[in-house]
Design a protein around this ligand. Structure first.
Ligand SMILES: Nc1nc2c(c(=O)[nH]1)N[C@H]1C(S)=C(S)[C@@H](COP(=O)(O)O)O[C@H]1N2
Ligand SMILES: [Mo]
Length: 423
């Protein structure tokens, strides 16, 4: 099979392969047979870093993707559920048992605007502000020469599962109506943020770090200093053993494990380190909890600040799924921002009785674990409901205990995955 040179080539090859009746799995296998990722548990997938960076030659640091595209990579329907600037990962594609980390080309995309294409040779990451003694401007070469870590962690959108407020509570949350595919696990390579802050002479009075993206949305988000100094908070330049793709933040993004997806600022341009709390609309009116069960904290934020993602579990089947009757293996994922997964149980009656599922290694805090369950599918089965418990004793709650908030963040209840058993 010929080797694709660009994302367009991949799309064309895929169409050709489909016309020849080639299964997706076989197609991906063929694509990747040229080389395997050197990162444990990384699956074969669509190469994503192949798009041309044409604008940089004109001398500017940034252009927008060609012909008005929102994303650089192909994120067509068989692979993603489209939601405007966002693309949701399809859980039905994650049923293979042999890999834990999601294919880079299947990782969800959550953008407040179009993906910018940044020329890494012109790019600098500025570290500045009232709480650094030595402001820095790191080039791509400077950054990638610093001591690095490679970690497997999830990134998950605060609004993941938002559609279930409408579906199960009959009270919609405002925003993209994600099912459970605003979540992905990857192996991230980057420099501990603490390492960079140390080099910038961060002072003892630092409180807050405003990370600004270079996308036209002006996206920026402040992280408190303690989390910024945690050893697994990284300035990431690699994803699954390859350069960070444009859509996921090339040349560099933050990884803030276990916290809301929005802390993981992409296309990072500057880090302002301040000795006072910093605010942008992304920690005052967005990513705050507003509703009858939440208090108005007073001050700049319009609702209770949120930091941590909630536990969830998902069934790796299409939504809804059609199953053949009889015995079969059903697989899925479970994740907690706080700890490894201790157990996953499955309910076949919508959340009354539960029976144990098996856990499959790896099992990593703030990443997740896979589970498998031998199902004897009988006609009349309507749903499969997984429920996760982590090693700190946190557990997903029943739908009846899910507290609503206006913007539909941090769903943590179990989700009955709809199925139909048909001969
Ligand atoms: N600069 C910038 N960073 C950003 C965003 C953005 O729109 N602009 N979206 C954030 C949100 S809300 C999420 S959930 C994650 C999604 O990361 P991904 O697209 O790599 O999955 O990126 C975050 N970082
Ligand atoms: Mo998000």
């Amino acid at each position: 099979m010929q080797k694709p040179q660009s994302t367009q080539d991949v799309e064309a090859l895929w169409r050709k392969a489909e016309a020849h009746g080639l299964s997706r799995r076989r197609f991906l296998g063929l694509l990747s047979s040229g080389g395997t990722a050197a990162v444990l548990g990384v699956c074969a997938g669509i190469p994503v870093a192949a798009a041309e960076n044409t604008g940089s030659r004109a001398g500017g640091m940034m252009t927008n993707p060609a012909s008005g595209r929102l994303h650089v990579q192909p994120d067509t329907e068989p692979f993603f559920i489209p939601h405007g600037t966002n693309s949701e990962m399809r859980w039905g594609l994650q049923a293979r048992g042999d890999c834990f980390v999601m294919d880079t080309g299947q990782f969800f995309i959550r953008n407040h605007g179009a993906t910018p294409i940044i020329d890494h040779t012109q790019w600098r990451l500025r570290i500045e502000g009232s709480a650094v003694k030595k402001p820095l401007a790191l080039s791509y070469d400077d950054l990638t020469a610093l001591p690095s870590s490679t970690l497997t962690r999830f990134i998950e959108c605060a609004g993941n599962a938002r559609s279930f407020y409408a579906k199960f509570l009959d009270k919609p949350g405002q925003g993209t109506q994600w099912l459970l595919g605003g979540y992905g696990v990857a192996s991230w390579t980057g420099v501990p943020l603490a390492e960079i802050l140390d080099r910038a002479g961060v002072t003892g009075s630092a409180v807050s770090i405003m990370a600004s993206g270079l996308d036209t949305s002006g996206f920026k988000k402040a992280t408190p200093i303690d989390k910024a100094m945690a050893e697994d908070t990284l300035v990431v330049y690699g994803m699954n053993g390859a350069p960070l793709p444009y859509d996921h933040g090339f040349p560099a993004r933050l990884l803030v494990p276990g916290w809301l997806g929005s802390f993981n600022v992409k296309w990072l341009g500057s880090l302002e380190v301040a000795d006072e709390p910093l605010w942008s609309k992304w920690n005052t009116s967005s990513y705050v909890l507003i509703g009858p069960d939440y208090e108005d904290p007073g001050g700049p934020p319009e609702g209770e600040l949120i930091y941590w993602q909630t536990m969830k579990s998902a069934v790796a089947l299409p939504w809804p799924a059609v199953l053949k009757p009889g015995q079969q293996r059903v697989r899925g994922y479970a994740w907690s921002p706080h700890a490894r997964i201790a157990k996953v149980e499955i309910s076949l009656d919508g959340g009354n009785g539960y029976q144990p599922a098996e856990l499959i290694e790896p099992n990593i805090a703030a990443a997740g674990a896979r589970w498998a369950f031998t199902l004897d599918a009988q006609p009349g089965l309507k749903s499969i409901t997984p429920r996760a418990t982590d090693e700190k004793g946190n557990r997903q709650w029943p739908i009846s205990e899910q507290v609503w908030n206006k913007k539909g963040y941090i769903w943590g209840a179990v989700v009955p995955h709809p199925v139909d058993v048909a001969p």
